[in-house]
Write a protein that binds this ligand. Sequence first.
Ligand code: ATP
Length: 295
Amino acid sequence: MIEVKGLTLTYPSGKGVFDLDFKVEEGILMGYLGPNGAGKTTTIRALLGFMHPDMGSCSIGGLDCTKEATAIQKTLGYIPGEITFLEDMSGDEFLRFMGEMRGTKGNKRQKQLLEMFELDPKGKIRKFSKGMKQKLAIVTALMHDPEVLILDEPTSGLDPLMQNRFLEVMAEEKAKGKTILMSSHIFEEVEKVCDNVLIIKDGKIVKQADVQTLKDSQRKGFSIRCSEGAELAGQLKLAGFEASLVDKDRLEVIVTGENVDSLIKTCARFKVLAFDVRNQSLEDIFMQYYGKEGR
Ligand SMILES: Nc1ncnc2c1ncn2[C@@H]1O[C@H](COP(=O)(O)OP(=O)(O)OP(=O)(O)O)[C@@H](O)[C@H]1O
């Protein structure tokens, strides 16, 4: 299990992460979302023991990330956001080097992963494409069958086929009971594979929920055309709806839960020219937390 308690880590500029609290249990894939500069990589740096918290603590498998970072590394697979390899090595030299460091050289899983991600590791890493380097990072993170995976934008640079393959592998890892924290900017992949999401903004967690609950709370949007648009918008606001006039005869209304009946009854008092439903996507929900006005 990954456990973060009151974690605060500040850079000299005053930016950083503040009082973070969350847990990732075994068999759970937690998506870590947030706009650029929100604090995802900083959190990951603390989990890996690369940076020490000013306050609070974090642990992996009961081991303190600051004091027992070396022991943690043995059970951890990590994909960094910015990958830097020993570029003068060839891909297979690098994999051998990592295997020797971990005492797992030439294993079956490594071969399987290379085949799965269609990566030929021969040749200098310097000459690898961005996608090939990403695949090498994925193989390196998974080849020793670690219990915990910490992944900073793991599909960045992968083509759509390989992105999907990666998500399939994550679903398998989850089924094996692995604990996974994955930062991502791709809502679609979060929706496909994550159980829970954590949204961070300006260094603070603004939302923590399971994906199913978020889906269930999806609000419905209605686009309504009415010759007396302003009057209808006024009546809908009085009835407690979020209604905005986007044109003199067109308004957008957001409805949560069971309020559709009340919406229709209010609209029935007017001459409605068109009535269209727009289901809110999970992406719309996430975006509420991204913008300036996000909570
Ligand atoms: N080494 C550093 N020194 C000073 N400030 C830093 C450093 N690294 C990050 N920051 C600042 O801390 C904040 C959080 O950055 P972080 O890299 O954790 O964000 P992120 O959520 O990973 O962003 P992205 O999605 O762009 O990768 C940002 O304001 C950033 O400018």
